[in-house]
Design a protein around this ligand. Structure first.
Ligand SMILES: Cc1cc2nc3c(=O)[nH]c(=O)nc-3n(C[C@H](O)[C@H](O)[C@H](O)COP(=O)(O)OP(=O)(O)OC[C@H]3O[C@@H](n4cnc5c(N)ncnc54)[C@H](O)[C@@H]3O)c2cc1C
Length: 452
């Protein structure tokens, strides 16, 4: 059989770009890649990157208030959203161009088009042309899911948040996951009156309970109204905004309603069903540990497989795929002990098991401390940070680490190295503290607060 490509990648996001670059640039494969929107995918264009820049933007009022407490003569003027948005858009253009250059330099042929599968080796591009490839990698990511309530069309999702014509005065964020909670904090920091509705009992499901409570308390203290056990029944356009009629019987008016109630994998219309590719309950593509689907020539990586939906995971899955199939080096990416951060204010950094999950697995010791950090205590702020370690009673290994603090994302990256190497509580204790820091508490917690 004659092929146009050794590999054809569908989707130019985190996973697809990495796989294409390594397969072509490092392993010499002939690679084509189709992207129907902007190169870089969710992370670069409408996810991690623009979000983190908004997190930075939203932190300045607090920093200015602290600066005053430290003796600086500063005042915060208004926030110029259009100016920030223009700079943000220019930065994303720059990043998108850099992604294209990287791919082109690696020898990848880019097709700016939607791609679908015709058979196990044939891909159809939007202009009707077809290409044949020995292997196909589906890396089409996911998209926001909005429940079909009456008035759903009045709501926006994270996709639109970076392009708002102006900032709202009153915003409702629906959802309790990390994206909802981060945007609640961003808007709050930018001076918007924020309400967050979540139908569950506590935001940030899946993270350690104590850490979730700590973040929720801090968010509420900063002025965000978090209403758990509340969902929206319908949205209605009013003369002055959008009315959200909720399950608690209330009707409140907002200028903006943002839904962050989960994401669905982009598998519809790709032609995969007919080929025998298997799907999970959420529509995610089922793959084995080498990211191979039930059809031997078709692989899938990243959010479309719904394993762990984070950028570094998509990247590592894409890399492992390229090394396995084109580098002669079978590589499995281990999905255990993936550290992650939630960029709320304060941040939550987490790796390994939460207390509840750990206790279900084995007897544990829990070490936990909460305290007012030096920097903000001096500024007269009541903020508290939290550090927590979950330790196996049997092996003494640290099974989980959870930090709620400014820059917790930076701290957890380093803790993850030690925990990934199998560090015990005694290894932590032996480590000399760095003083004065917040993180020194991680190596100075002597007595468990709970043995369970
Ligand atoms: C608001 C937000 C914030 C986030 N923050 C973080 C964070 O802080 N840290 C983190 O690790 N992760 C974060 N994520 C998650 C992260 O963005 C994703 O896990 C990551 O982008 C997944 O990469 P991917 O390659 O699987 O898919 P994507 O990056 O989604 O790329 C898929 C690409 O495929 C294209 N495509 C789809 N169908 C077709 C088709 N048929 N033909 C051609 N092209 C197609 C799409 O246009 C898209 O560009 C965030 C996500 C969101 C939405």
């Amino acid at each position: 059989m004659v092929f146009d490509y050794d590999l054809f990648v569908i989707g130019g996001g985190s996973g697809g770009v990495r796989a294409a670059r390594i397969a072509s640039g490092e392993h010499g494969a002939k690679v084509g890649l189709a992207e129907e929107s902007r190169m870089g995918g969710t992370c670069v264009i409408r996810g991690c990157v623009p979000k983190k820049l908004m997190v930075f933007a939203s932190g300045f009022p607090e920093a200015m208030a602290d600066a005053r407490a430290y003796g600086w003569d500063v005042t915060v003027g208004g926030f110029d959203w259009p100016r920030f948005r223009t700079t943000l858009e220019a930065d994303l253009d720059r990043l998108e161009a850099a992604y294209r250059t990287t791919l082109t330099n690696a020898g990848v042929t880019i097709h700016d088009a939607r791609a679908t599968l015709v058979d196990a080796h044939t891909v159809r591009l939007a202009d009707g042309t077809t290409v044949r490839a020995r292997h196909v990698l589906v890396a089409t990511g996911g998209r926001p899911f909005v429940p079909q309530i009456p008035g759903a069309e009045l709501a926006v999702t994270s996709n639109e948040m970076f392009h708002l014509p102006q900032l709202p005065k009153r915003a409702l964020v629906v959802g309790g996951g990390y994206i909802a909670s981060e945007f609640a904090c961003i808007l709050n920091g930018l001076g918007v009156e924020v309400c967050q509705y979540y139908r569950g009992a506590q935001i940030l499901r899946g993270f350690d309970d104590e850490a979730r409570g700590h973040v929720a308390t801090a968010m509420a203290a900063s002025g965000i109204t978090i209403q758990c056990g509340t969902d929206v029944l319908r949205l209605e356009k009013t003369d002055t905004g959008i009315a959200a009629v909720a399950t608690d019987g209330s009707s409140r008016e907002f200028d903006l309603v943002m839904y962050a109630t989960g994401r669905h994998p982009n598998t519809e219309g790709l032609g995969l069903e007919a080929l025998g590719v298997a799907f999970g309950r959420q529509g995610q593509i089922v793959v084995d540990r080498f990211s191979q689907t039930a059809v031997p020539s078709i692989f899938a990586v990243g959010d479309v497989t719904g394993r762990v939906n984070l950028t570094p995971v998509a990247i590592r899955e894409g890399h492992a795929f390229a090394d396995t199939v084109f580098g002669g080096k079978p590589t499995v990416f281990d999905h255990d002990l993936i550290a992650s951060a939630v960029f709320t204010r304060p941040e939550l950094g987490s790796v390994g098991l939460g207390e509840e999950a750990a206790r279900e697995r084995e007897p544990v010791e829990v070490y936990s401390t909460a305290f007012r950090p030096m920097k903000t205590a001096f500024a007269g702020r009541p903020d508290r940070v939290m550090m927590k370690l979950i330790v196996s009673q049997e092996t003494r290994k640290v099974l989980g680490c959870h930090i709620v603090a400014p820059e917790a994302g930076e701290m957890i990256q380093l803790a993850a190295i030690a925990i990934g190497m199998g560090a015990t509580k005694e290894d932590f204790d032996r480590t000399c503290a760095v003083h004065p820091t917040m993180a020194e508490e991680l190596v100075t917690m002597r007595k468990p607060v709970r043995i369970a």
